[in-house]
Design a protein around this ligand. Structure first.
Ligand code: ZN
Length: 126
């Protein structure tokens, strides 16, 4: 018996709202199945729908968390002013060219972010 709960990658926990959505899907689905007298093949469809929505929810939650983490990292590592023209840099005004690269909105110079966020510490200096 293995315990998959102790995975090294921590799975995002679904908020209670999503669990209620799952419950609603099952209740409504079962009601329709009983109403239509379509229990046997129908239950398989319901299981498929439930699994699919769960996967979609996980993907959505994970995506949101990643986006939030990236946003925070960007904000933290953004220099306050442009090194080239001295213009004030904000995360709203800056033009993002990549997840960790940006250009100055005034002069178009590439900005150097102060740190590499979300990077692994494998490339440690000697
Ligand atoms: Zn500039």
């Amino acid at each position: 018996m293995s315990k998959p709960r102790q995975a090294q990658n921590e799975e995002p926990k679904l908020p209670p709202v999503w669990q209620q959505v799952q419950t609603a899907i099952w209740l409504i689905g079962l009601a329709i199945l009983f109403w239509q007298g379509w229990i046997f093949p129908g239950i398989l469809v319901l299981v498929a729908i439930s699994g699919l929505t769960q996967a979609l929810m996980f993907a959505y939650v994970k995506r949101q968390q990643n986006a939030q983490a990236l946003e925070t990292a960007r904000e933290v590592n953004l220099p306050p002013t442009c090194a080239n023209c001295g213009g004030p840099i904000t995360k709203q005004s800056v033009r993002w060219t990549g997840s960790h690269t940006a250009t100055c909105p005034y002069c178009g110079a590439a900005l150097k972010l102060t740190d590499q966020p979300l990077a692994t510490s494998s490339g440690a200096p000697r």
